[in-house]
Write a protein that binds this ligand. Structure first.
Ligand code: ADP
Ligand code: MG
Length: 236
């Protein structure tokens, strides 16, 4: 997926300014920056729930959004995972996973069962979300997000609600599954160590702009300026 020169203004202020990104299949691009720098706004533009004032978004050469075209979220082949992963409490696990699928009921159920197996929750289909642990709920959310085979997965701080003990395992498991599906991942985080751990490429964002892009090792070792260095300095 290619994002070119996205700009979004709110109340006369550029909350996102001239942001360009590349997200390749099977790769994780991390949009990293402090709270309030415009990460979630950028993700909403890519998802199509909001529209940029300038710029364009392409997937495999097809325009998802520009000055004249604006495909709705459901036409973008994009999956979403947020911190507040919001499973439907009144639906069983299997129905949660099947929710975004179209087609015949039996085929949807089969696909949902395959996805539950993939996240090691085979046999949990008839349970309800409240009966599961936080980590299990997160895995159901992952199964639901990948079930429609999105080409791009947008993740907005999806791991920050989990306790530390679970987080590393779920991060790794999530990445393994997304890479196996060859999904392009755009992951938003304000935590440098999460970006260092998960990213193939980091795009460092500050006050609405990308100030540096590169492999994690390079961004960490050769920060673009003192502020970037300070931002990384609390990593251990
Ligand atoms: P981040 O996700 O990096 O913490 P956000 O993208 O949520 O940052 O927000 C960036 C800035 O844009 C914040 O100052 C926020 O208040 C502002 N903002 C986001 N959405 C709106 C909106 N709909 N109207 C006005 N200001 C907004
Ligand atoms: Mg945010």
């Amino acid at each position: 997926m290619v994002v070119e020169g996205l700009t979004r203004r709110f109340g006369g202020r550029n909350v996102v300014h001239d942001v360009s990104l590349n997200v390749a299949p099977g790769q994780v691009t991390c949009l990293l920056g402090p709270s309030g720098c415009g990460k979630s706004t950028t993700l909403r533009l890519v998802a199509g729930v909001d529209r940029q004032d300038r710029g364009r978004i392409l997937l495999d050469g097809t325009v998802l959004s520009d000055d004249s075209i604006h495909l709705p979220p459901e036409a973008r082949h994009i999956g979403l995972m947020f911190q507040d992963f919001a499973l439907f409490p009144h639906l069983s696990v299997i129905d949660n996973v099947a929710f975004g699928l179209s087609g015949a009921k039996a085929a949807k159920r089969k696909r949902a069962e395959e996805m539950l197996e993939k996240v090691h929750l085979a046999g949990f289909g008839s349970a309800y979300p409240h009966e599961l642990s936080g980590g299990e709920q997160q895995r159901v959310a992952l199964a639901r997000a990948i079930a429609p085979r999105p080409r791009v997965m947008l993740m907005d701080e999806p791991f920050s609600g989990l306790d530390n003990r679970l987080r590393d395992g779920i991060r790794d498991e999530t990445l393994d599954i997304l890479k196996a599906e060859n999904t392009a991942v755009l992951l938003v985080t304000h935590e440098p160590d999460e970006a260092m751990r998960m990213a193939d490429e980091i795009a460092l964002m500050r006050e609405g702009e990308i100030v540096q892009r590169g492999a994690p090792y390079n961004v960490y070792n050769a920060p673009v300026d003192r502020r970037a260095a300070a931002f990384f300095s609390d990593i251990n």
